[in-house]
Write a protein that binds this ligand. Structure first.
Ligand code: F6R
Length: 609
């Protein structure tokens, strides 16, 4: 979704701005732009539709110079994709970049039109900048002074950075509804919506809190909280490693992130498995007993891939901990009246920690009498982490490919540790915890083994890339994996795919079976395998085309392509069987030539509801 970068420095900032918004490309966008204040205290603005490269081309030969500036990648919400709608927007001496949506922009726009303002775009952002100008003209006060009153008129999300060509030494950042961070340099400071944009210049960040306004100058920063008192905010040193944001030998980030999974899981486990038998979460410390000992129910809420991780965890909570667990898509949670179970504990899951639907669900949950809440998240300074009472980090490293891969398997790793910990706390004995510690220790090796099957999976991809539809089947804890496999295929290969519970096939979808709809089945050797074989026979009997991933030889019929995968312990099978489905989607998309890291219409972090 939209991305913001801003800088106030003592050097020419043009190359930095261009380079930094390029770093935000992975979030998804359709146009970009920048504005600088030049030596004559005038705005210079360049905007372009399409990739940031287009913008770079437009800035070449212009000899742009400015020590203070704003840049933006836009994901169209109000108004089509056009240069006029791209940010920054300008009203006389004020320029602005904005992330979010202003819900009452039409009303304010008609008021401003009556005051004589001319609108050159269809955006809600231009409404904000004219409103600021109008308030300033009317009152004669400084931008900061009028900010408070102007902001109370806006409804919706409006994280933004404002620049004033009458005062070229400062930027004003407003954080309300979507994230903004300040990057601290030496004699220069930066603002961005995502730390990745700033990693080339700093590792020290201040995460603004909801309602904050910050005045950012090259040598100093002043932050006001939502009550407009001076606020002190912690400086967080990022541990994000630069290597995570380089593609290295891989063609796409998604490919790199798939192959990185053994390493990501090792990082997730690092310093958390003690003496080969206990699990320790430094984020919770000694509080963990208090947090978990009284819960009798878990309610997990998430979106997309994170929701699939929660679905797997439901099986673990119920089968290993005997704790009832409900799982819900965040947008649904927020759309209905719900009855909260007794002693229920609320858990959110998110790679980005900025997904608007999940954040809204957390905010609603706080008013509903849950015993407590916890988020499992990949981004340390994110809104979900900041707003949750407790958090656990997945430590997957930065995930750039829009399709989640390593964030899913590390979420599952953390969830399995969490289940084991809760079992020990509630049952006051740690046999299950010991067993899970042992299994998790070998998980990265198991994943390395399955990754070696990549050639065979490429061969399957060659047979499937021109199919229009596919069905993914799974039973019990493999069903969420079927859903994840189908989601990956839809989003990066643009092939219609559906996941079905194997046992439900005969209740309807069996009618679809023919040679044109391949059926992908993950079938680990466990107590359910015989039932899965029965489903396979039913499909074969109707001429279906089956591809099975199993650690048992499955050669019941000729129309089965069976890929024998290495042995895996039953409890971690959901994590393990995700890998071939990720690879399958990746290789199909590669053959089709889609834009794998930035699939059409999708954004990495969905910050609007
Ligand atoms: C799919 C995918 C999305 C996200 C979803 C939630 O590959 O990436 O479905 O999982 O948008 O995002 P987070 O986990 O950041 O809350």
């Amino acid at each position: 979704m939209c991305g913001i970068v801003a800088a106030v420095t003592q050097r020419n900032i043009i190359n930095f701005l261009l380079h930094s918004i390029q770093r935000l490309e992975y979030r998804g966008y359709d146009s970009s732009g920048l504005a600088l204040i030049d030596q004559n205290n005038k705005f210079v603005r360049v905007r372009s539709i399409g990739k940031v490269n287009q913008l770079i081309k437009k800035t070449k030969n212009k000899k742009l110079f400015g020590k203070i500036g704003l840049a933006h990648t836009r994901w169209a919400t109000h108004g089509k994709v056009s240069e006029e709608n791209a940010h920054p927007h300008v009203s006389s001496h004020i320029s602005i970049v904005h992330n979010g949506v202003i819900e009452n922009s039409f009303k304010i726009k008609s008021f401003l039109k009556e005051q004589g303002y001319i609108f050159y775009s269809d955006t809600d952002t231009e409404v904000i900048v004219h409103l600021l100008h109008w308030e300033q003209k009317k009152t004669g006060k400084s931008l900061l002074e009028i900010m408070n009153h102007s902001l109370t008129q806006l409804k919706g999300n409006y994280s933004m950075v404002v620049m004033d060509s009458n005062n070229s030494s400062k930027l004003i950042a407003v954080c309300s509804g979507s994230p903004l961070i300040i990057g601290l340099g030496i004699g220069e400071n930066f603002i961005a919506s995502d730390q990745i944009a700033l990693l080339s210049v700093t590792k020290n960040f201040i995460y603004l809190k909801e309602g904050d306004i910050a005045i950012v100058q090259s040598e100093k920063i002043k932050i006001f909280n939502k009550n407009r008192s001076i606020a002190q905010r912690k400086i967080i040193t990022s541990d994000v490693q630069y290597e995570y944001i380089k593609k290295g030998k891989y063609k796409y980030y998604m490919e790199k992130e798939i192959y990185e999974q053994p390493k990501s899981i090792r990082n997730t486990l690092k310093n958390r498995l003690k003496n080969n038998e206990t699990i320790y979460f430094s984020e919770l410390g000694i509080k963990e007993k208090n947090i978990f000992s009284h819960l009798e129910h878990i309610h997990m809420v998430a979106c997309g891939t994170s929701y699939h991780a929660a679905m797997v965890a439901k099986h673990w909570f119920e089968s290993l901990a005997n704790i009832p667990c409900d799982v819900e898509v965040a947008s649904e949670f927020s759309s209905r009246k719900l009855a909260v179970r007794k002693k229920s504990f609320f858990v959110t899951l998110s790679q980005s920690g900025e997904t608007a639907d999940t954040l809204t669900a957390l905010r609603i949950s706080k008013k509903l009498g849950y015993l407590g809440n916890l988020t499992i998240c990949n981004m340390k300074g994110s809104s979900l982490v900041q707003e949750s009472d407790n958090y656990l980090l997945t430590k997957a490293g930065v995930e750039i490919g829009v399709a989640s891969t390593k964030s899913f398997t590390t979420q599952l790793t953390v969830l399995l540790m969490l289940v084991a910990k809760i079992v020990s706390i509630k049952k006051k004995e740690n046999n299950i915890e010991k067993k899970i510690v042992k299994i998790l220790t070998i998980l990265p090796r198991r994943i390395e083994e399955i990754l070696k099957k990549n050639k065979q999976i490429q061969d399957i991809a060659k047979k499937l890339h021109n199919k229009k539809h596919m069905l993914f089947l799974g039973r019990s804890d493999q069903y969420p994996i079927a859903m994840e496999g189908a989601l990956k295929l839809k989003e990066i290969a643009y092939i219609h795919a559906e996941a079905y519970l194997s046992g439900e096939l005969k209740h309807g979808p069996l009618a679809l079976i023919d040679k044109d709809i391949p059926i992908i089945i993950t079938a680990p050797k466990n107590s359910l395998l015989e039932k899965t074989k029965k489903t396979i026979q039913e499909i074969c009997a109707r001429g279906g085309l089956i591809y099975v991933f199993s650690n048992e030889e499955i050669n019941l019929e000729t129309n089965i392509t069976s890929l024998k995968v290495p042995y895996v312990e039953e409890i971690i099978a959901p994590i393990f069987y995700t890998i071939p489905l990720q690879l399958l989607a990746y290789y199909i998309a590669l053959i089709k030539g889609t834009n794998i890291d930035q699939p059409r219409n999708l954004a990495k972090s969905v910050t609007v509801e």
